[in-house]
Design a protein around this ligand. Sequence first.
Ligand code: AMP
Ligand code: DBH
Length: 542
Amino acid sequence: MTVHPTPTWPAEYAERYRAAGHWRGETFGAMLRGRAAAHPDRVAIVDPAADTRWTYGELDVRADRLAAGLLARGIGRGDRVVVQLPNTAEFFEVIFALFRIGALPVFALPAHRESEIGYFCEFTGAAAYVIAGEHDGYDYRELAAKVRAEVPTLRHVFVAGPDAGPFEPLDAVPAEPVPLDGPEPGDLAFLQLSGGSTGIPKLIPRTHDDYIYSLRGSNEICAVDEHSVYLCALPAAHNFPLSSPGTLGALYAGARVVLCPRPSPETAFPLIERERVTITGLVPPLALIWTEAAPTTPYDLSSLDVLLVGGAKFSEQAARRVRPALGCTLQQVFGMAEGLVNYTRLDDPEETVVTTQGRPISPDDEIRIVDDADEDLPPGSSGHLLTRGPYTIRGYWNAPQHNARAFTPDGFYRTGDIVRRTETGHLVVEGRAKDQINRGGEKIAAEEVENHILAHPAVHDANVVGEPDPYLGERTCAYVILRAGAEPLKPVAVKRFVRERGLAAYKVPDRVEFVTAFPQTGVGKISKKDLRAAAHADTGTL
Ligand code: AMP
Ligand code: DBH
């Protein structure tokens, strides 16, 4: 397959970021080696579901042994490996083994199904796919069998845990460590997923140097040090719990990572008490549940210093309840897997913490707020957020045409977010210009879902929009026009059809509405704005 060169920072920027001390020539493989040498017996990873506690020394040796075994199976530098694991210790063994080889994990989420996984494997020409056999009642081996039958490059499927079925158990892979010709700090470390706004998900190429800088910056801002205990309650592969400051930030600091198999208070609160968790991150709907559950919990949450909330807009009212309920400091975080991450600071006044989504990590994060013609707006106005900086990509992986639209000619990423900047430099997220629904932090590209609905033989046209939801912030509504003369469909049939096409459950429309026409714009284009307004009005009558 042909892969277009990955867009990267022009030499003058790279030099500037090195000179500023942002890029320090570190790699993930060497980072773990260094921590293991400095404190081999300190606990790195706690996986309560498996009763596993790996020290830095153990994680280091495991990564070396797995790397040797993967290399012996022909997985080499630059190869793509789709990793779809729940919050288990093996996730870290696998990604550090791949980091050491210089192979690129492609970070799938446990919720992804055949449509997404098939695409990631195919599009990246993945050499291997790593799964858990069964998890949360879903059999990933069946999914793997389908995907392997369709994707010729996929030579290996590795299964973590018991009963690998027709595939190779991950346990059987490790071998005697061999010398590795690892990657350079400027090389790609992995491909992260974008929430996307087009029919086809985009892959985000992050380098060791740039990502590690964002970890170091995040640790400083969130006061993560070797005494911290980070609870990973969101899916580990997601950029937020991975890097803001997340599990990788915690490992960078020599801290302890505790993996939470489910984010519910029933599972998380006892772990916070037992492991003396100091910091964690949640999306707004979960933060609401935690603040409701905390006042009456029998568990001791007093170790918790910081709760990060981000991924979607956290309302001011909900933000105000965090400290009284949980007794910890709230940090709002507005980030994106493409790069830029903003945090409210630990010493920001309460008003700033509850009313803004924070300010950038780096003094070298460039922020522009512009109108539709890319003209800078006066201070204080709301507009499109464009950004460029030492850990923001200059282009998606292998997507030259999309990159021409998603980036300005001088390399600013068009975030698709509408923001305003306060006098203190904090950003307030006011809305979104991209065709995406943010369902409680889970991003859904409208076009991707529309394409699946359009595949139904009775469907003439479809439009997917977000509508307000008190708990999720937004949920999805599909407006569908049936073909003339087609048998009437029930909403549930449309949902089932989309699910059976192998789309992740969170992308299945929450509501399906049959209409005979869509609102039109002045030039006869379908007006998503009017549809959204219709959806907003509709919710009042539900
Ligand atoms: P992605 O590009 O898929 O990583 O998703 C990042 C997007 O999530 C951002 O561009 C925002 O649209 C949204 N987002 C993340 N954090 C927040 C937040 N704290 N408030 C509002 N939107 C957010
Ligand atoms: O939503 C996100 O993608 C996100 C939110 C908070 C993110 O990538 C991050 C922090 O790093």
